[in-house]
Ligand binder design. Structure first.
Ligand SMILES: [Zn+2]
Length: 117
């Protein structure tokens, strides 16, 4: 059973803030104007990842990628808690980098290889 599966991107849950910006209660992202077309490739907007979206520098200290956890000898215990949108000129089906909670990560069953990083 895989409890760390990634969420399926979907529709934003938009609410209008007092300052006029549109805010999504699922991914916590906000826009100056209401995103008209949330479908992939539509209107320059992107679908909702379903978890908080952070900037690369804006993620909390405990938010780690799978790669970072593995390098430290851990694996995630639970689904993603947030994500980063990997802007790319190439059209890739999965533009999201998922973050997992390092505070609940568990040691990997096998001894981690010596990392060269
Ligand atoms: Zn959203």
């Amino acid at each position: 059973m895989d409890t760390t599966s990634e969420p399926t991107p979907g529709q934003h849950q938009l609410t209008r803030q007092d300052d006029g910006r549109w805010y999504c209660t699922r991914c916590t992202w906000s826009w100056q104007r209401r995103p008209a077309d949330m479908s992939p490739g539509g209107d320059g907007h992107i679908s909702c990842p379903g978890v908080p979206r952070w900037t690369w520098d804006g993620r909390p200290d405990y938010a780690k990628t799978k790669t970072e956890l593995y390098a430290a000898g851990y694996r995630p215990n639970g689904g993603p808690i947030g994500c980063f949108y990997r802007a790319s000129k190439n059209t890739k089906p999965d533009p999201w980098i998922w973050y997992y909670d390092a505070r609940t990560a568990v040691p990997r069953s096998r001894r981690p290889l010596r990392s060269r990083v």
